[in-house]
Design a protein around this ligand. Sequence first.
Ligand code: 0X9
Ligand code: ZN
Length: 307
Amino acid sequence: DMDWDNYQRYETILNFVDQSALSHSEIASVEEIGRTIENRPMIVIKIGTPVANKTKPAIFMDGGIHAREWISPALTTYFINQLVNNFTSYDDMLSQVDIYILPVANPDGYEYTHSNASGARMWRKNRRPDVSCPGVDLNRNFGYVWGGPGTSPNKCSEIYKGTQAFSEPESTAIRNFIQRKSIEGVNWRAYFAIHSYAQMWLVPWGWTYDFPQDYEDLVRFGNAGVAALTPVHGTRYDVGSVTELLSPGAGGSDDWAKGSGFFKYSQTVEVRDTGEYGFILPPSQIKDCALETWEAIRAIAKFLDEE
Ligand code: 0X9
Ligand code: ZN
């Protein structure tokens, strides 16, 4: 059963998301946006209350694009639970924005990290089969300056970019969904990629040391999130560009979201911790990490509503 005292398997997550939408169909709906290489469904839940005569700002969130970052699906499902099962407390937020959450973008990799195969727990990529070196780094496979700095053409690399932009069904499903919704009139404003670990709120670009022309706006947005996050448990985050705070990595979902023009505010949030446990964050930290990050998301919804 679903809870946030442990990391959950994909099947449990799928059932939880389906149930959440079924039992709150007035505010939530689920859509299968594609299938993974191993034929697992990829699902997005949309949550929001319809507001007459208003095109609400819309948020998209990808979780679990890197298999070993288990805290990410734990957070995306926590947000779904807050929005759907505590929605009377967050009525405001649900009339301010529409939020689309892809809780696990790489379920094949995620399930592999739960297996007993040697070294599996630290798997990062998807599960594209190969005789010697399986897997593509989905966060190097998006089609904006694909193959630029911080990517590898070597299939054995952890940052293997794939054979071409959007060669993978998982990244393709995200692109197609965002494009299609945009055509249908969705007012995309903010893109969140949830990763671990570093405690950093990273904004474009990831492919160059240059800054986008509206960089100051993106930093102001990030600061609004972090200002709400830190007071909860005193957890400190840095806000800045990917290349400035981390290192280059072209082909990320964040750069594509911004570079394609669909989203003004695009960010990768690297949540807890700063390396003590790293990717193996103890389950006892899930709720604390989720609650503080949730406060950031709430602040961001308010920011978008008032903008
Ligand atoms: O390298 C990544 O993909 C992310 N870091 S992680 O340790 N979670 O793997 C950072 C992504 C930042 N954005 C881009 N590189 N575009
Ligand atoms: Zn990651």
